[in-house]
Design a protein around this ligand. Sequence first.
Ligand SMILES: N[C@@H](CCC(=O)N[C@@H](CS)C(=O)NCC(=O)O)C(=O)O
Length: 237
Amino acid sequence: MLKLGILWSHVVEVNLGAAMNKPLLIVGNKNYSSWSLRAWLMLKHASVDFEEMRVALQVPGYQLKLSYFSPSGKVPAYRDGELTVWDSLSIAEYLHESYPNLWPADRAARAIARSISAEMHSGFTALRSAMPMNIRGRGRHVATTPEIDADIARIRNIWRDLRTLYSGTGPWLFGDYCIADAMFAPVVFRFLTYRIFEEGVVDEYMKTVMRDPFMQEWVKASELEHEVLVLNEVGIA
Ligand SMILES: N[C@@H](CCC(=O)N[C@@H](CS)C(=O)NCC(=O)O)C(=O)O
């Protein structure tokens, strides 16, 4: 702790002090870090009382800072007492053990929610690499490829099918909010940034995601950030 206090700013020391009592989520830049957003949304929707610490990515010294908190050197990482859990999906499963409502109650729905969350975690690579999350970015255009189009079509089908099936039980993918909604939330930002327009229940779902007060809170924080990650600034006319 003391070592960190010397290396880090006063703000970090204060955060670490607080983190001794409360769980701590380490996140990256709010404007760009989609994996951080996913874990943060899960914690917020579970009403966990947690501290957060932002580590600006791709600036001098950031890897050293991250290495103190995240064995993988990536965000998000979640520190609960002496335990550190990293990687968004394992944070999700860890939270689920204390907050079981984070996955759907029904066993079959839970299996599907896990399937699409794992699909998000391991897939959609064409979309994710060509259209990085950039919340402040607007009116961007990236030429699509068959692979990007296939990713977009697959996401559209997932959202449409689930919103059709669960239309009577609530506005989220499985009616009530669950981890799958957090896993797909950054895609909504991407669709807005890169002007991918949707219709019907898919458009309604995107509006539901954007109305989420936690999403709005994250957007506001992203607007206050000053770092510009050049590699994530794509699609500028
Ligand atoms: N599979 C990981 C991915 C984590 C990841 O790639 N995070 C990015 C930020 S969104 C990161 O930490 N990048 C470190 C870097 O830019 O060096 C997860 O689900 O948490």
